[in-house]
Design a binder for this molecule. Structure first.
Ligand SMILES: C[S@@+](CC[C@H](N)C(=O)[O-])C[C@H]1O[C@@H](n2cnc3c(N)ncnc32)[C@H](O)[C@@H]1O
Length: 336
């Protein structure tokens, strides 16, 4: 008589239940789901990277090891430091921010953040909210937010006649005439530090007591993306590149203020959250307003995390609301 292997090592009846309890107790299992999402996101972008020839694809086998692979490639091919930097930048600029983020933030977007905070404020205050967007272009973010049930009034300010804006003017002009109080202001207009800083300052002055300002593009990945010069949008190459400008300098300079609290979400090109409340952590390293203006990209790169108070999604939610009600509320708001 022969026995199948499964019969020889057949486990006692309680085994499946114990195994299930054991698996549920493993904290890394939730990360594994995110890893799967991240890797599928990564692979979908390999197709685009393929157009660069045969150098990049082998380097990018998984989201986890891309950086080490690029470094190893540089070492084995004796690349000088500046060629190494070009190679690294070439990889970074062809990837979605989410693919490079930590596991907690995979797939998060500015729209998720704006939607989560707007819905939470509406829920906490027991009323609909007023939403203002500075710079809305084709309305990719503005239109879905303005259609949400929890939004009372939604304005978008953008001088471009082709944009989806409700107010065709520059932000500076709008804030001069604005008399409304806003619960959520999304700053995404001209990506130059002084305009961004003026927009943030004006937005903070027009906030309701529980209001927040969200600033897009505060975490540029390359020095080219962080250039203060407005790109030539007509050029073919430029259309493939992100332009974050030097908005990061505006966000960094806020870190030296004691009367506002600021942190940057590590997703979707960097989404900074700014609130009218006392600074929650000591920011000894952060440059003053004047020093932030002259910051070089290399100085920024070396201190990125500290200067931006950079956080993954879950930490950002806890920083915004340490009581945890935001975290509970948004479980039903966003999918991922
Ligand atoms: C990056 S796009 C906005 C994208 C949009 N917020 C989104 O999430 O899809 C930047 C927009 O800012 C507008 N803009 C440029 N300078 C501005 C200013 N001074 N005031 C308001 N909008 C401005 C541009 O016309 C452009 O449409």
């Amino acid at each position: 008589m022969s026995l199948a292997l499964s019969e020889i090592i057949s486990p006692p009846p309680a085994f499946p239940i114990l195994l299930l309890l054991f698996l549920l107790a493993q904290p890394h299992l939730s990360l594994q789901t995110s890893e799967v999402d991240k890797n599928s996101l990564w692979k979908s972008h390999l197709v685009q990277i393929d157009i660069e020839g045969d150098v990049l694809p082998p380097l990018l086998t998984t989201a986890e090891n891309w950086h080490q692979n690029v470094l190893d490639y540089g070492t084995t091919h004796n690349l000088d430091p500046s060629t190494m930097r070009d190679l690294r930048d070439a990889v970074i600029t062809r990837l979605p921010a989410a693919a490079l983020d930590g596991t907690g933030s995979v797939g998060r977007t500015r729209t998720d953040l704006i939607k989560s905070l707007s819905s939470w404020i509406s829920h906490s205050e027991g009323r609909k909210i007023n939403y203002l967007e500075i710079g809305c272009a084709g309305g990719d973010n503005f239109v879905p937010i303005s259609e949400e049930d929890f939004v009372e009034t939604a304005y978008c300010v953008d001088p471009d006649p082709k944009s989806e804006s409700t107010h065709k003017m520059m932000s500076e002009e709008f804030f001069r005439i604005n008399e409304k109080t806003w619960d959520v202001v999304f700053v995404d207009g001209l990506h130059q530090w002084s305009t961004a800083l003026n927009d943030i300052d004006s937005a903070l002055l027009s906030l309701s007591p529980s209001g927040v300002v969200i600033v897009h593009d505060s975490n540029p990945r390359t020095s080219a993306a962080a250039s203060p010069d407005v790109p030539d949008w007509g050029s073919k190459h430029q259309h493939q590149m992100a332009w974050n400008g030097d908005v990061f300098k505006a966000v960094i300079s806020l870190g030296s203020r004691r009367d506002v609290d600021v942190a940057t979400g590590h997703f979707d090109e960097g989404c900074a959250v700014v609130m009218n409340r006392p600074r929650s952590i000591e920011r000894l390293l952060v440059p003053s307003r004047g020093a932030a203006e002259t910051l070089t990209f290399d100085e920024f790169e070396e201190n990125r995390k500290a200067f931006l108070n950079l956080m993954e999604w879950d930490s950002l939610m806890r920083w915004i609301d340490p009581t945890g009600t935001l975290g509970e509320h948004i479980q039903n708001i966003i999918k991922i």
